[in-house]
Design a protein around this ligand. Structure first.
Ligand code: CP
Ligand code: NVA
Length: 304
């Protein structure tokens, strides 16, 4: 595996499937008495330049279950907010810790961090990608019995960081992905190009949510206004009208389809309360799986 995990395409298809198998294994035995603790004495630095509930807690608890520990670094309390260059932070942290997880705005920032750090760097979300989320999503689809190479997934709404990581996963594994996005809110053109050159998925952007949802095994959505886009909220609310996952749209999918959302959700906007609380919702398993799959990732990336 590469030293760093900055996007789904940093993995080969084979590595991705092996990671998912390891995630399932950690879910089975992690945290139990006598479970292996391969990262005893190891430390993960976690830099958050945006808010987080799941990513912070799942990484922190995951490290503890692996026998190591994690440091939460808020930019407000470190020299990062006072302009210390990323390359200096990367080199200094590499002298203390065994891996760095960073949530920030620009993908270039995590790339620079990775290039300058001697230790593995993990992307905990940028404006462009959210690869750890999509690992957990794939694990959830797999544990619900779907064949990751043959499934049909539909992403409804904003072609954002999570959507971009889904595009990469579809090409890497070869499944069908339909993204229903309003004009101007498609996934990143560079990601679409690079992913299709790297893989063999059947990925298409469409306008009509019902067309995307037809016969899908997985219906996915995310917020219409991501972190950092708060000023665009009103414009976005208007643009995404009709792109909500509700029970009508769910009926277009397969009978055994599951609904996923990376959370946090805005009920009544991109998803109805009824669907989120309904029997086809897998959102809380998905959130739980963040921890198990990240344990697999940490155990793989951190030498021990
Ligand atoms: N899904 C996700 O990354 O959640 P947080 O923003 O709470 O970390
Ligand atoms: N697209 C969302 C995901 C949050 C986990 C955001 O970037 O805010």
């Amino acid at each position: 595996m590469k030293k760093d995990f900055l996007r789904i395409l940093d993995l080969t298809g084979r590595e991705l499937l092996a990671l998912l198998a390891a995630g399932r294994e950690w879910k089975r035995r992690g945290g139990r008495r006598g479970a292996p603790r391969p990262l005893a004495g190891k430390t993960l630095a976690m830099i958050f330049q945006k808010a987080s509930t799941r990513t912070r807690v799942s990484f922190e608890v995951g490290m503890a279950r692996l026998g190591g520990h994690a440091l939460f670094l808020s930019p407000a309390d470190t020299q990062i907010s006072r302009g210390e260059p990323v390359r200096d932070t990367a080199r200094v942290l590499s002298r203390y810790v065994d891996a760095i997880m960073i949530r920030t705005f620009l993908q270039e920032t995590v790339e620079e961090m990775a290039a300058q750090a001697a230790v593995p760097v993990i992307n905990g979300l940028t404006d462009l990608h959210h690869p750890c989320q999509v690992l957990a999503d794939l694990m959830t689809a797999q544990e619900r019995g779907f064949d990751l190479r043959g499934m049909k997934a539909a992403f409804i709404g904003d072609g954002n960081n999570v959507a971009n990581s889904w595009v990469e996963a579809a090409h890497l594994l070869g499944f069908s992905l339909r993204l229903a996005c309003p004009k101007g809110f498609e996934p990143d053109a560079g990601v679409l190009r690079e992913a299709s050159a790297a893989g063999r998925g059947d990925v298409r952007v469409v306008r009509d949510p019902a067309e995307a949802a037809r016969d899908a095994h997985v219906l996915y959505t995310d917020v219409w206004t991501s972190m950092g886009q708060e000023k665009e909220r009103i414009r976005r609310l208007k643009a995404f009208r009709g792109y909500r996952i509700d029970s009508g749209l769910l009926r277009a999918a397969r009978k055994d389809a599951i609904v996923m959302h990376c959370l946090p959700a805005h009920r009544g906007e991109e998803i109805t309360d009824e669907v989120m609380e309904g029997p086809q919702s897998a959102v809380f398993d998905e959130a739980e799986n963040r921890m198990h799959i990240q344990m697999a990732l940490l155990a793989k990336l951190i030498p021990h």
